[in-house]
Structures are given as structure tokens and as C-alpha cells.
Design a binder for this molecule. Structure first.
Ligand code: GCU
Length: 354
């Protein structure tokens, strides 16, 4: 039944590969296409990242965790760019897995980050506030955009999603050597526009072992072809600055895209990906998010991984599919990143990577 539904979407097929080496080449080409047509060219990596502890509390959550208020200073193209990060790291005998949260909030915990649940499950969380990187508007003259982009809005110039993704990668740089954290088990997570940014970060940087896109919708995890709610015309009209200018050419012309968003998910293979939808979030379109997981699955299967494991039907509210390399759940309610979503991420992360 799901294959029939996918046929209606007339997706460009994923390239077929038979080995991880072959996949690496194909992956790079696919990633280049996404950069050139949708998100813009990647920013240069940092030459160095230094971590300064601004304040810390060794008795966080009544003694269960170490809280940090950090400042990360990145050296990039001979210039410094710095931004704040807040973190909780549970006290455990062994290094713990961690989440990098691209966040709408400045502090930890916050309305979208149930820090105590995360800590109790044995995970650390590092969170940065997205507008500390660059403003969420068409201003490309300040913050990271001003520093690295110099106001460039040529066809393939990076949009804001690419810049938030870049910052997540810099947090990942810092985690390569952070007390109590295992850098081999780090997830990147974001909600909505920041779920789109998390997918870009996960596509660019294979050091993220799990990529979580919560209700990322249009130009995130949801298929563009046949999507209801927001489409490329709507998103590039209201938020042209999230993307490279070239993406605007696909407004109302989804069929002409050389890829669809399932291929962005596939760029996580053979690592793990997690997609979630909320039943009332029709703007993001839960069905198109779910079908994207189904369509991305062959990328994992080709590499001998389980892919997406779900029954051959559309999801019902309350369903959670966590057996495969791609996890998915559909929760009741409206757009938002809730504790309920986090409990699913924690269960998936623990099951596969703890
Ligand atoms: C708007 C936008 C979405 C986006 C969302 C959000 O609704 O149209 O694409 O995901 O904002 O970031 O909350």
C-alpha cells in the first residue's frame, strides 16, 4: 500500500549503490546538489574552537548533573566568531552520549528541553540559541552571515539554515574533547525550522550518529512532491533567507527538483535518523514526513542496514516505529517540541546507541 502511495509522488529514485565506498561518492554528489539548489554552499570549517566556561554548577538537578554556561570561540578564515552554549552533563562513571540542540531558547532547561528526563536517561544536552548565530530574517550583514557571507546573496550563497547547521557542527567540534561526553554518540536535534537545520547539519557532518528532525515539514523531512500545507512557493516567499536564492526557482515547480527531501534523510545513512510529526500539524504535513521515511529506507538497505521498519499502512496517532535505522512517531496535537517527543528520542537513542 505504501509503495502505491509513493508512486503517486513520482520521486526521483535514490541512486543505487552496493558498498559503503560507493555510497560515500554518491552521498557527496547528492549533498552537493542539495547545497547548490536548496540550502546554499557550506561555510568554511573552523580552524579551531575554544571552549570557555563562563559559569558552572556542580549541583545541577539536585546533584545529578554538571551545568555549564559556555562560550565557544571559533577561528574561521582568520576571524573569530563566538557564541554561548548551555549544557547539562550527568554524573556517570563512563562518558555519556549527548544531544546538540539547535534551539529557540537561550537557556537549559527550557520549554522544549526536559533536561531532567535527558539526564535521568543518561544523556548530556548542549544547546545554543539560533539567533545568537545569525538573525532569523533577511539581514546578511551581521552575525555569522556578515562575518563569513559578507552579505552575499548570489544564487548558491548559503541561507540561514546552513548557518545554524554550521554552528551545530562547531558544538560537535567542542564535544570531541569535552569532560564526561562520548563524541562517538552525539545526536543533533531541532524543531521545525531548526529541524530543517538539524537535517542539514546531519547531512554535512557524519560525526553526528543520529539526526532528529521534529516536525521539520516543508524543505525539511517532508516530501515536496504532493505535499499539502506549506509548499516551496509559500516558504520561499516568507522565508527566502533560509535558503540559497536558487531555491526560489522551484516555487510551484516541485516536479523539476533533481531530488526530493527523502534524499536529504538518506544522506544520514548508514547512521540513524529520526522524524516526528504531530497529528494537527497539517502545515508540515505528517503524511509527507512519514512517506519520506519510507522512500529513504532503500539507502540504508543497500548498505545492509535495517532501513525504516513500519507496517504497510499510514501511521495512526500514537504510533511509534523505532525498530529500524530511521525512527518515526506521530503524536496527537499541534506543532511543538514536547516532553512526549523527547521520551521517544531517548528511547530510540538508548535502544540503538546506548
Ligand atoms: C513557519 C514555517 C515552517 C517552519 C515553522 C517553524 O510555520 O512556515 O516552515 O517550520 O515556521 O519554524 O516554526
Amino acid at each position: 500500500m505504501l509503495q502505491e502511495k509513493l508512486k503517486e509522488r513520482t520521486l526521483p529514485p535514490l541512486p543505487v549503490v552496493s558498498s559503503e565506498e560507493e555510497w560515500e561518492d554518491v552521498r557527496k554528489n547528492l549533498l552537493r546538489q542539495f547545497c547548490r539548489e536548496e540550502y546554499g554552499l557550506p561555510l568554511p570549517e573552523a580552524q579551531s574552537v575554544t571552549v570557555q566556561v563562563i559559569t558552572e554548577d556542580t549541583n545541577c538537578l539536585a546533584g545529578k548533573a554538571h551545568f555549564y554556561k559556555l562560550r565557544l570561540t571559533t577561528r574561521v578564515q582568520g576571524q573569530d566568531f563566538s557564541f554561548p552554549v548551555e549544557a547539562v552533563v550527568p554524573y556517570r562513571p563512563e562518558p555519556v552520549p549527548a544531544f546538540v540542540c539547535i534551539s529557540f531558547f537561550e537557556h537549559v532547561p527550557n520549554f522544549s528541553l526536559p533536561a531532567e528526563d535527558v539526564v535521568d536517561a543518561g544523556f548530556a544536552a548542549f544547546s545554543f540559541h539560533y539567533t545568537d548565530i545569525t538573525t532569523d530574517d533577511g539581514d546578511f550583514s551581521t552575525g555569522l552571515a556578515g562575518l563569513l557571507g559578507k552579505g552575499d546573496r548570489s544564487e548558491e550563497a548559503p541561507g540561514k539554515l546552513m548557518m545554524w547547521a554550521w554552528a551545530a557542527q562547531r558544538v560537535m567540534d567542542a564535544l570531541q574533547n569535552f569532560p564526561g561526553v562520548d563524541p562517538a554518540r552525539v545526536a543533533v536535534v531541532g524543531h521545525s525550522r531548526l529541524g530543517k537545520a538539524a537535517l542539514v547539519a546531519g547531512a554535512l557532518d557524519t560525526r553526528f550518529t543520529l539526526v532528529i528532525a521534529n516536525e521539520s515539514g516543508c524543505s525539511g523531512a517532508a516530501l515536496s512532491r504532493g505535499k499539502i500545507g506549506e509548499d516551496i512557493r509559500a516558504i520561499t516567499k516568507t522565508f527566502p533567507f533560509w535558503f540559497c536564492p536558487a531555491y526560489g526557482a522551484y516555487a510551484g515547480r516541485e516536479e523539476e527538483l533533481p531530488f526530493d527531501q527523502h534524499a536529504l534523510l538518506a544522506l544520514c545513512a548508514p547512521r540513524y535518523a529520526y522524524v516526528c510529526s504531530a497529528s494537527e500539524d497539517l502545515w508540515a504535513d505528517p503524511t509527507s514526513e512519514f512517506l519520506s521515511c519510507v522512500a529513504a529506507s532503500p539507502a540504508w538497505k543497500a548498505l545492509g542496514k535495517p532501513g525504516f521498519s513500519a507496517p504497510d499502512r499510514l501511521p495512526e496517532v500514537g504510533d511509534a516505529f523505532g525498530d529500524g535505522s530511521i525512527g518515526y512517531h506521530l503524536r496527537a496535537g499541534a506543532h511543538g517540541l514536547l516532553r512526549e517527543d523527547w521520551l521517544h528520542f531517548l528511547a530510540f537513542f538508548r535502544r540503538h546507541l546506548a
